[in-house]
Design a protein around this ligand. Structure first.
Ligand code: SF4
Length: 293
């Protein structure tokens, strides 16, 4: 990973049109962080476990993408899932990220406190999978939250066992990906299990937290009436927390990265959902009483 500023043009969970996303990015990359050098492999594993360092893919300042207001979004490296529609397979391996000291990250987030307060924004930890580095995330959240900064966790929930109820206390909002509604389809989509996502949603609800659910609509993969109904039924189990559901239409923006990395891309020929399909899925969620974006 180069130290040069690298602007992200997409985010794996929102699957926004790249032009729209780029328009909302003000700055970012990995500039301004001093990399811990001289740490051997053992030291790094230890520091990762305690949260003294985190492995970061990139960060940016954006508006209206990863939570309310103007936000600093930190994209951590490492993800145990293998979503067919992943926009950023370059975040999958933690070792491809850059190690960043905890105190450096806290300072960097705090630097934007005035911007956050003027815009109703804050910090969002995304990935990769943010809960793969739960100690680092929770320690940054704890420090900045005490300082009055809004915190948002963007996650699939798959590793939620790593995130204690005490850690949840420092989360204001969770962007929770519910990638499918039954174990079989979820496994087909992600290669992993669905149950931890449901449990995490329920724990957040119990803790009185807010959730924005994200559902990626992929024709031929996640779009069946039954699958969408199942996702809606899951959301009902933590309804009190759900502020809205984002139905994110699949795009082919991630395809070049799969090609560059020589990974067989399963959605090579999949098209974006039609207007009619998007409307049908939105209506299904609305029928369950959810606000849908
Ligand atoms: S959960 Fe992991 S594999 Fe799935 S879209 Fe996000 S980064 Fe990609």
């Amino acid at each position: 990973m180069s130290d040069a500023v690298q602007f992200r043009t997409t985010t794996q969970h929102m699957l926004k049109e790249s032009k729209v996303y780029a328009k909302h990015i003000l700055m970012g990359g990995l500039s301004g962080f001093e990399s811990p050098i001289g740490l051997d492999r053992h030291d790094r594993i230890d520091a990762l476990r305690t949260g003294d360092i985190g492995f970061v893919h990139s960060w940016d300042i954006n508006t209206s993408v990863d939570g309310p207001g103007t936000r600093m979004t930190v994209f951590l490296s490492g993800c145990p899932l293998r979503c067919q529609f992943c926009q950023n397979p370059d975040t999958w391996k933690m070792r491809d990220g850059k190690p960043v000291y905890l105190q450096d990250m806290i300072k960097r987030v705090t630097r934007y406190k005035d911007v956050f307060q003027n815009t109703g924004g804050g910090v969002t930890f995304s990935g990769g999978e943010s809960l793969m580095q739960s100690a680092f995330v929770s320690r940054v959240f704890h420090a900045v939250h005490e300082n009055g900064i809004h915190t948002c966790l963007d996650t699939s929930g798959f590793l939620s066992k790593n995130f204690t109820d005490e850690m949840i206390e420092d989360v204001d909002l969770c962007l929770l990906d519910v990638k499918s509604g039954d174990e079989k389809t979820y496994y087909e989509v992600t290669g992993s299990q669905l149950a931890p996502t449901i449990e995490f949603g329920q724990r957040l609800n119990k803790a009185g937290k807010k959730i924005w659910v994200r559902f990626v609509l992929v024709p031929g993969l996640t779009d069946s009436v039954e699958n969408v109904e199942n996702v809606a039924n899951i959301c009902e189990t933590f309804r009190g927390a759900v502020e809205h559901i984002d139905v994110l239409p699949f795009h082919q923006l991630g395809r070049p990265k799969w090609h560059e990395m020589n990974i067989p891309y399963p959605l090579e020929h999949t098209e974006s959902p039609s207007k009619g399909l998007k409307q049908r899925v939105r209506s299904q969620f609305e029928t369950h009483g959810f606000k849908v974006y």
